[in-house]
Design a protein around this ligand. Structure first.
Ligand SMILES: Cc1ncc(COP(=O)(O)O)c(C=O)c1O
Length: 363
C-alpha cells in the first residue's frame, strides 16, 4: 500500500531544471548572489508583488535575521498556536519569548487578550498568518504602534489582502520555501522588509557581515560587520526558477482536491472554512470535538498507510524550554484537536474519498 503523507513536495519540470543547471555548469557560479539567484529575486518580486525581498536559506533563520536587522533587543510576544520556529529563533539569540492566547476564529493572536504587562517586556510582536489566514492587520497596526511587528508568513506564498500581497504588512514578513510548502526551493525562504534600509542591514547579516558584492573586491581592505552565513545557493535558485511558473497550476490542482474534501467531509469541520477558501490551498486543517477522537482517527488512517499531521501541536506555551507561566486556554484546546489532512497536487481523488470516509466516522 502506497504511503500517503500530509504532503508530497511539488516538483519542477525536469527539462526546465536541467536548462537552469546548464547555466550553473557554464558560469561555475554556485553561490553568493549569482545570476540565478538574482533572476529568482526579480521573478518573486513580480509574482508576489513585493519590493524589498531578501532570499535566504530558510524561514526559521529568516525570522532570526529579521529580529536582528530590526534591532529587537528585549523579547518577542508571539502566538502559541504556531510551529516552533519563530519562538525558537528568538530564544537562540537570547530574546525573551512570551505568548498570548489566540482568537478562536482567526487562529491567531487576539489583540484584546494581549496584556499590557507582557507588552512592556517586549519590543517586538510576531503574529502568524496560520495556514495563510490573514491576521487582523489593522488592529495590530493600531494597538502595537511602538513595537516592531514581524509576521511569520511561512504559509503565505501568493496570498493577497485587500488586493495587495499579505507580505507587505508589518515591519517585515518572513515566508518559507521549504519542501512542504506550495512553492519550494527544497530548503529556502525570504524576508520582505517594509524599508529598504532594513533590507540592506539584513543583506550584510546573511553574508557573514560582508556587503553583497564585496567578494569582487580586494579582500585586504574589507572589514566585515557582524553576521552569519545564510545564503541561498544557485542550485536552490535553479530549482525555484523551474518551479515558479508551475505555481498557478499547482494551486489549481490543490484547489480541486481541497474542494473534493469539502464535498466528502462532514460539514463545517474544515477550519476556518471561509478564510481558507481564498487561500493558496496549502493546508487542510480540521477540528475534532475531542483529542480522543483525533487520536482514534489518526490510528485508523495509519492502518491504511495514511499519515495526516498534528499541526500545530502542542501549544507552544506548554513546551518546557520556554518556561511560560501564561495560560492560553484557546490555543491549548485547539492544538489538541486540530489535524491537517493530506493535501498535495498529486493526491489521488479516490484517496480523498477514502480519507474523508474514515474521518467522518469520528464526527
Ligand atoms: C508557520 C511556520 N513558520 C515557520 C516555519 C519554518 O520554515 P522553514 O522550514 O523554512 O524554516 C514553518 C515550517 O513549516 C511554519 O509552518
Amino acid at each position: 500500500m502506497k504511503k500517503i503523507q500530509v504532503t508530497s513536495s511539488s516538483l519542477p519540470s525536469k527539462n526546465i531544471l536541467s536548462k537552469n543547471v546548464d547555466i550553473i555548469f557554464k558560469t561555475r557560479r554556485l553561490t553568493t548572489n549569482g545570476p540565478l539567484l538574482k533572476k529568482l529575486e526579480l521573478k518573486l518580486k513580480k509574482t508576489l508583488g513585493v519590493k524589498n525581498i531578501l532570499l535566504l536559506n530558510n524561514c526559521t533563520m529568516g525570522l532570526q535575521i529579521a529580529y536582528k536587522a530590526l534591532g529587537v533587543k528585549k523579547g518577542i510576544l508571539t502566538s502559541p498556536f504556531n510551529y516552533v520556529s519563530a519562538a525558537n529563533a528568538a530564544r537562540w539569540i537570547d530574546l525573551k519569548v512570551f505568548f498570548s492566547d489566540i482568537n478562536k476564529k482567526s487562529l491567531n493572536l487576539d489583540y484584546k487578550k494581549i496584556s499590557k504587562k507582557i507588552l512592556n517586556k517586549v519590543d517586538c510582536v510576531v503574529p502568524v498568518n496560520s495556514f495563510g489566514i490573514p491576521c487582523d492587520f489593522e488592529k495590530f497596526n493600531k494597538h502595537l504602534k511602538n513595537k516592531k511587528i514581524i509576521y511569520d508568513a511561512a504559509h503565505c506564498f501568493g496570498l493577497n489582502y485587500k488586493n495587495k500581497s499579505v507580505l507587505l504588512q508589518g515591519h517585515a514578513s518572513v515566508i518559507s520555501f521549504h519542501a512542504t510548502k506550495v512553492f519550494n526551493t527544497c530548503e529556502g525562504g525570504a524576508i520582505i522588509f517594509k524599508k529598504k534600509k532594513d533590507l540592506n542591514i539584513a543583506k550584510h547579516l546573511i553574508q557573514i557581515g560582508f556587503k553583497t558584492d564585496d567578494y569582487k573586491k580586494d579582500n585586504s581592505k574589507l572589514v566585515p560587520k557582524e553576521g552569519i552565513n545564510l545564503k541561498m545557493t544557485e542550485l536552490q535558485a535553479a530549482w525555484g526558477l523551474a518551479l515558479i511558473d508551475r505555481f498557478t497550476k499547482i494551486k489549481n490542482l490543490r484547489k480541486i482536491r481541497f474542494e473534493k474534501y469539502l464535498k466528502y467531509l462532514n460539514k463545517n469541520i474544515v477550519v476556518p472554512n471561509k478564510a481558507l477558501s481564498s487561500s493558496n490551498y496549502g493546508y487542510l486543517p480540521i477540528i475534532f470535538e475531542s483529542e480522543i477522537n483525533l487520536i482514534k482517527c489518526i490510528k485508523k488512517l495509519a492502518k491504511k498507510n495514511i499519515f495526516p499531521r498534528r499541526y500545530f501541536f502542542p501549544s507552544l506555551n506548554k513546551i518546557r524550554h520556554f518556561s511560560s507561566k501564561i495560560k492560553c486556554p484557546i490555543s491549548e484546546n485547539i492544538s489538541k484537536k486540530i489535524l491537517c489532512l493530506p493535501l498535495s497536487e498529486n493526491l489521488e481523488i479516490h484517496k480523498i474519498k477514502e480519507i474523508s470516509r474514515i474521518v467522518n466516522l469520528y464526527f
